[in-house]
Design a protein around this ligand. Structure first.
Ligand SMILES: Nc1ncnc2c1ncn2[C@@H]1O[C@H](COP(=O)(O)OP(=O)(O)OP(=O)(O)O)[C@@H](O)[C@H]1O
Length: 592
């Protein structure tokens, strides 16, 4: 059966009507068996005429001035790309002349082209048509005029201004939207496989469009080792660890690559830069230790930004990046959550401070947790009632199951945090924006060690500074037995698996990823002294808040500038801020 009617040549069409197969009632022969109606109904995609044109080689040769060098835009893993003008319409196009190594057959090629043509989204470069003439295989795309993200980040023209922070966040947001479409809005999902700065094209207004998606099956001579090695080299620095391990790629591999691009936007550094000292050549390897120390975030940012960004925006962007770059694919967020978070970070506000991200926007709570640790205050804490918490505690004491105990602790801990939030909110009502230090580290270091594993866990927590700040510690040391158990447990909970559980706080919480996170969050805390400690801490925090109110306020109300360095120092780092605003209260109550 030909699934792609618009590719059918006249001859094919004829042959289709002649070979009238089971699904096509033959109008000329009334006596012939007609299948039941259901069988005659073609799926919509078969009947829809897809908006993809066929070009003959001559047309494209004319469009590109005979593939003249001056029209050459560049050469990538798939072949050369030429800028052209279609004579019939005057439309500017990019003509990709596919490498002729091991060409696919006509039908195979057409099938691939058609599936590409179905992918339509404003953040994807549109396929306009194709040419399969003799052994020539060409794809015709809309022309995107502004160059690639790579050009803008690293190959700036002398008179070109560096991209500002909001533009960078908008580009990230747009790219996430394109990726979200591929992952979540079409069926079956498309794994991009090749997301990188050079594949994000920008129009004149910096609107991003992803190119080279879905071309994987068109790779000429798949299995041609020379060809493959050059592509892998190109993608080196963006590939997820599972790729290197030889595991299957998933949509989460794209999320990793997206994290690398986000890191490039933040730092202005190439994914791989062989001109740098050895320990700085691989961007992710260079950045990973920095993720653990929020005080270093401002220094990590692209110097060309001259610190013109809000501290909170930076912290949250780094938090998202760090999540995307988790070693374990299942620990990475869904691109839809990344997209939502970036939608807030990319909003231009009058004061340059990004809008806070409401928790209920996310399908997976881990994103909310990470961002809440980085200054987003409209995060509504998990709404466990005291009754639920008591229920949990009694279940755990009955079962004496260590895991349940952990869970109960974490829930209890969470409730304490909830009440912290509440009291913070009350005490700070009326102020426009104020920071409070969550002071996680003293909390863990002051925990008592009645639990045999708590000492270990505490030390792991202390060394795992990323976990302290981000609370997405799926990567606890594998040497630690307890943590291994927890880590593997959390890994098993794929974000997708639990989507349906995420919003409902009335459900059984035992296995939700929320609780996985909560459990992990609570590792360093001992429940026995918790309330006592909380009281002390609340006092301490209150004092700290008062001390830091002035500096924190000025930090966040103005965008970062070089002059803010002192204030930054004074605030003792940037990530552990929580802000309560009237606006946020409004959002929360809306959500309620
Ligand atoms: N639709 C387009 N509009 C404008 N320029 C384009 C378009 N598609 C590709 N280009 C440009 O053509 C050049 C080659 O692109 P291509 O995608 O083939 O290679 P690449 O992205 O550099 O490498 P790879 O194929 O390994 O991803 C790049 O400079 C790219 O910016």
């Amino acid at each position: 059966m030909n699934c792609f009617p618009c590719f059918s040549s006249q001859r094919n069409k004829n042959s289709t009507s002649n070979n009238n197969n089971n699904n096509e009632p033959n109008q000329n022969d009334e006596h012939e068996y007609r299948p039941p109606p259901v069988a005659t109904t073609k799926p919509p995609e078969e009947t829809v005429q897809l908006p993809v044109k066929t070009f003959n080689f001559r047309e494209l040769a004319t469009a590109t001035k005979n593939f003249r060098q001056e029209c050459l835009l560049g050469e990538g893993g798939f072949g050369r790309v030429y800028k052209g003008t279609l004579q019939s319409t005057g439309q500017l196009v990019a003509v990709k002349q596919l490498d002729r190594h091991g060409l696919h057959g006509n039908k195979e090629f057409q099938a691939e082209v058609l599936s590409l043509a179905k992918l339509e989204h404003p953040n994807l470069v549109k396929l306009i048509g194709y040419c399969a003439d003799g052994d020539q295989r060409l794809l015709v795309f809309e022309y995107v005029s502004g160059g690639s993200l790579q050009d803008h980040l690293y190959e700036q023209k002398p008179n070109q201004k560096p991209m500002d922070w909001i533009t960078r966040m908008k580009i990230a947001f747009g790219a996430a939207q394109g990726l979200d479409y591929l992952h979540d809005k079409i069926n079956p999902p498309v794994i991009y496989r090749d997301l990188k700065a050079s594949n994000i094209l920008l129009d004149d207004g910096f609107y991003p469009k992803l190119c080279d998606f879905g071309l994987h099956n068109l790779e000429p001579g798949t299995g041609d080792s020379l060809f493959l090695s050059s592509r892998v080299m190109d993608t080196y620095g963006y590939s997820a660890p599972e790729y290197t391990r030889g595991d299957d790629l998933t949509v989460k591999s794209d999320v990793y690559s997206f994290g690398v691009v986000l890191l490039e936007l933040i730092t202005g550094r190439r994914a791989v830069d062989t001109t740098k000292p050895n320990d700085e050549q691989n961007l992710v390897a260079w950045a990973t230790p920095i993720f653990r120390d929020p005080k270093l975030y401002p220094d990590m940012a692209d110097p060309l930004l001259k610190k013109h960004f809000s501290e909170r925006g930076l912290n949250q962007a780094v938090a998202i990046t760090s999540m995307c770059l988790q070693e374990e694919p299942t620990a990475r967020p869904l691109i839809s959550d990344v997209m939502v978070a970036l939608s807030f970070l990319s909003m231009s506000t009058e004061d340059g401070i990004p809008t806070t991200v409401p928790i209920l926007s996310f399908r997976d709570k881990s994103m909310s947790i990470a961002l809440s640790r980085h200054g987003s205050c409209s995060v509504v804490p998990f709404s466990l009632t005291r009754k639920e918490e008591d229920d949990k505690s009694s279940v755990s004491s009955d079962s004496e199951d260590e895991e349940e105990v952990e869970e109960s602790r974490s829930m209890k801990k969470q409730e304490v945090e909830d009440s912290d939030d509440e009291s913070d909110s009350n005490s700070e009502k009326g102020k426009k924006e104020e920071h409070s230090q969550l002071n996680e580290k003293p909390r863990s270091s002051s925990s008592s060690s009645s639990d045999s594993g708590s000492e270990n866990r505490r030390s792991i927590d202390e060394t795992n500074a990323t976990a302290q700040s981000l609370k997405i510690s799926y990567s606890y040391s594998s040497e630690e037995e307890d943590n291994q158990r927890l880590s593997s447990k959390s890994s098993c909970k794929s974000n997708e698996e639990s989507t349906s559980l995420r919003y409902d706080s009335d459900r059984d919480h035992d296995d939700s990823p929320v609780n996985t996170s909560m459990r992990i969050n609570s590792l360093a805390h001992d429940s026995d002294k918790e309330e006592e400690e909380e009281e002390e801490e609340e006092e301490e925090n209150h004092e700290t808040r008062l001390e830091h109110t002035h500096s924190s306020k000025s930090e966040d109300q103005s965008v970062y500038s070089d002059d803010d360095d002192d204030a930054d120092e004074e605030s003792g780092g940037s990530s552990l801020h929580r802000i309560e605003t009237e606006e946020e209260e409004h959002i929360s109550s809306d959500q309620d």
